[in-house]
Design a protein around this ligand. Structure first.
Ligand SMILES: Cc1cc2nc3c(=O)[nH]c(=O)nc-3n(C[C@H](O)[C@H](O)[C@H](O)COP(=O)(O)OP(=O)(O)OC[C@H]3O[C@@H](n4cnc5c(N)ncnc54)[C@H](O)[C@@H]3O)c2cc1C
Length: 452
């Protein structure tokens, strides 16, 4: 063991006692907190930054995937519920693009980061969610082996404790579940995770001259590569935001010295990843400046953090797999759907795998069991750290499915508290009914929502 010191025991102030405490304010955490609070549950959302949105804002993603599915050749918005409320609010602020087609098969929808942050604040306020920003979840105190008593958070006012009846892990990294002793997996069979990227945005682009540059950039990259330019990966995504003078760039890939992905759970690797990510962004920018229409552009934003796609995946009652995605699997305990294909960020490339299009319905159902961890009884999880295999997570980690999972766990927490039972034992039919009544699409016998 490396050198260590002993921390003396100390009294920790209790920040508050809640019925539901959600760790992490990304798409999963936003939806979970709203869904719990609108049932009347005293709900606290804890977030380490001073704004909501998770990777969507903190890592500069600025684009929703997985809200839509290609259903027998036709696009449908299959994630509704809380996500629709949030999207409407972003749209009212003028920050939502029309959906755009990706790879000729599936739609995504870009948004403005500032509008997302403001819309998410408004959404949580409208549902009376208490928020604690600038609080880093740092550990748990267990009541017994299977029950969390309190979540410890580090704040500028020192360490504090949050008590809750039900805890929801939406940290993306499964922090809370890991501290509570729930089992988890990391990476593929060899431990390799999806590669992270440093996103950035350019401003000062001439939209008329740039035109559909996202179509020509791959060819320009090939030419530049043939002439000796080294790019960190193929499959660069360079697309306009709401205002055509601003484009987002998803171009970089962060590896360790041995070629494996930077590990988002490792502070030293994250430190090097941040610095190397910014260096790659600058290099990518030097190439992009040669694209017609980009000559006068500049980097307007490097986000607060490196974009992490995958770390811990907590093991629950079912692990949603890549086969489930490609086979458009159905589950009796479905609580929502995933319409995004597998999107594997492997060394030097991005590999997409779709269910058969247009022959299939293009989405798989998400079973409630993937949100209930093994081993801990007053905990649920949602989002990219939910119970999925490495392959399954490469699809359902995107925002759409995270919103759907989050909404389900928030409602499930209420049902568990109402029935004085643990989340694992709630009546799933009742959860499904509640979600449908709230406007969510859960698959099963429900008609696929019309339109975009
Ligand atoms: C580079 C990149 C590009 C992507 N592109 C797209 C895209 O185009 N479209 C799309 O839909 N998805 C995209 N994704 C995936 C998507 O953004 C994420 O998978 C999604 O945001 C996951 O949602 P989540 O709520 O599970 O977790 P996250 O978004 O990771 O949110 C977790 C939240 O918890 C907070 N948190 C974590 N640990 C703690 C702690 N200990 N204490 C307090 N707070 C904590 C974080 O600050 C964060 O706000 C991309 C991801 C990356 C990295």
């Amino acid at each position: 063991m490396s050198a260590s010191i002993t921390e003396p025991a100390r009294q920790i102030p209790l920040y508050g006692e809640y019925e539901v405490a959600v760790l992490g304010g990304g798409p999963a955490g936003i939806a979970a907190a709203v869904a719990a609070a609108r049932t009347g549950r005293r709900t606290l959302l804890i977030e380490r930054y001073g704004f909501l949105g998770g990777m969507g804002t903190a890592a500069g993603v600025t684009n929703f995937c997985g809200l839509h599915a290609n259903v027998y050749g036709e696009a449908h918005r299959v994630v509704q519920g809380v996500a629709s409320d949030l999207l409407d609010r972003i749209d009212r602020l003028g920050g939502l693009n029309a959906p755009h087609l990706i790879l000729g098969k599936i739609f995504a929808q870009a948004y403005d980061t500032a509008a997302y942050k403001i819309a998410a604040d408004d959404l949580l306020a409208a549902h009376k969610v208490d928020i604690l920003f600038h609080a880093l979840g740092a550990g748990v105190i267990m009541q017994d082996e299977r029950h969390i008593d309190a979540l410890m958070v580090e704040t500028k006012a020192g360490r504090q404790a949050v008590r809750a009846g039900i805890f929801i892990d939406c940290s993306g990294d499964g922090d809370l579940a890991a501290w509570a002793g729930a089992p988890y997996e990391v990476g593929d069979a060899a431990g390799g995770m999806l590669f992270p990227s440093m996103m950035f945005r350019l401003n000062g682009i001439d939209p008329a001259k740039a035109g559909d540059a996202w179509r020509t950039i791959p060819e320009l990259m090939e030419k530049a590569a043939a002439a000796g330019t080294r790019f960190p990966r193929k499959g660069a995504i360079v697309r306009p935001q709401k205002s055509g003078i601003e484009w987002r760039v998803n171009f970089t890939q962060l590896a360790r010295e041995d070629g494996s992905a930077v590990n988002g759970l490792e502070p030293d690797q994250m430190t090097r990843g941040e610095i190397e990510g910014r260096r790659q962004a600058q290099q990518a920018f030097e190439f992009l400046r040669t694209v017609p229409g980009f000559e006068k552009s500049y980097i307007v934003d490097l986000p607060p953090q490196l974009g992490i796609r995958e770390t811990r995946r907590v093991v629950g009652g079912y692990m949603m797999s890549g086969d489930d995605v490609l086979g458009c699997a159905s589950f009796e305990d479905s609580i929502g759907v995933n319409g995004w294909p597998m999107e594997q960020h492997v060394a030097g490339d991005v590999v997409f795998k779709f269910p058969p299009i247009p022959q299939s319905r293009g989405f798989n159902e998400l079973p409630y069991r993937m949100l209930v961890p093994e081993g801990v009884d007053n905990l649920l999880m949602a989002g990219r750290c939910a119970s999925m295999t490495h392959e399954g997570q490469s699809a359902a980690r995107v925002s759409g499915a995270c919103f759907a999972m989050g909404e389900a766990v928030g409602a499930a927490a209420d049902l568990a508290l109402s029935g004085n039972t643990i989340p694992r034992d709630i009546a799933v039919e009742k959860l499904q009914q509640t979600l449908k009544q709230q406007g969510a699409f859960i698959g099963r016998d429900q008609r696929v929502p019309d339109g975009m």
